[in-house]
Design a protein around this ligand. Structure first.
Ligand SMILES: C[S@@+](CC[C@H](N)C(=O)[O-])C[C@H]1O[C@@H](n2cnc3c(N)ncnc32)[C@H](O)[C@@H]1O
Length: 249
């Protein structure tokens, strides 16, 4: 049984620290710049809004931002930050949860589309995003490009962070038949060791494009990153922008 609160419950107290070491500030700044541009005045709805890494800087720039979030622990962290009380968060699964209003932009960042456990759930998520868009509104998805070649005998170990304060390693198991990647990050600091599990039902960009079409949207852009670098044979992640021509598929 899929539990949309599980990931956040396990990571909320260390989320900002851990992602602070794996996502450079320059990348978050570039994402905020790009989202502000794509929102064309907003309002913005973020699926899996988390602790507000993207939402709070967007609010600081004057945009109205709302969120859907599965984890009460992540929402509490957002609420505790300056400006966090200005972001309405609807609890629930972003594949199906509806929020009042029409939005210029719906955002789903950092591979979180893959947190949904099946193709059906991901298709539902695209449809849910489209249903929130005003005419011409955009749905932005940031995700990695699956790389089964990085696995040996179905497993892989990646060093994500190495400093004098932290060692962050990710152990992963691939099921190519199920299109699933089962991961546990091992976060080692002077406070001790934490295991951070996350499972991903991964999809190639072309499958996401089809989900966009099923939801009545067309892809407008695909970049390799938030700076708008060209998406190429070597790209290991992508930022894809889907647009609803009519706003209502
Ligand atoms: C990797 S974090 C990203 C948080 C934030 N968007 C950011 O960019 O820092 C993923 C967030 O999505 C939430 N989440 C995962 N699956 C969800 C689901 N099906 N419905 C609602 N929230 C979900 C998690 O609780 C977590 O807060």
């Amino acid at each position: 049984m899929f539990d949309p609160s599980a990931y956040g419950r396990a990571i909320a107290d260390v989320y900002d620290d851990v992602y602070g070491t794996t996502i450079p500030e320059t990348s978050t700044d570039a994402a905020v710049d790009r989202l502000e541009e794509l929102a064309e005045g907003g309002p913005v709805l973020e699926f899996g809004i988390g602790t507000g890494r993207l939402a709070l800087p967007l609010v600081a720039r004057g945009l109205v931002v709302a969120g859907v979030e599965g984890s009460a622990e992540m929402t509490r962290r957002l609420r505790a930050k300056p400006g966090g009380d200005r972001v309405p968060v609807t609890p629930g699964d972003f594949a199906t949860t509806r929020v009042e209003g029409e939005f210029g932009l719906v955002v789903l960042a950092i591979n979180t589309i893959f947190a949904l456990p099946s193709q059906d759930a991901q298709v539902a998520c695209f449809r849910n995003a489209a249903a929130h868009l005003r005419p011409g509104g955009r749905f932005v998805v940031e995700a990695w490009v699956p790389d089964p070649g990085a696995f040996r005998d179905g497993t892989a170990l990646r060093l994500l962070t190495l400093s004098e304060e932290r060692v962050l390693v990710e152990a992963a198991r691939l099921s190519a038949a199920e299109q699933m990647m089962y991961t546990t990050k091992v976060n080692l600091t002077s406070d001790g060791l934490r295991l951070l599990p996350a499972n991903h039902r991964y999809a190639w960009p072309a499958e996401l494009d089809l989900m966009g079409r099923l939801a009545g949207m067309e892809r407008e852009h695909r970049w390799a990153d938030w700076n708008g670098s060209p998406y190429t044979d070597d790209s290991r992640s992508h930022v894809s922008v889907y647009r609803s021509p009519s706003g209502r598929p």
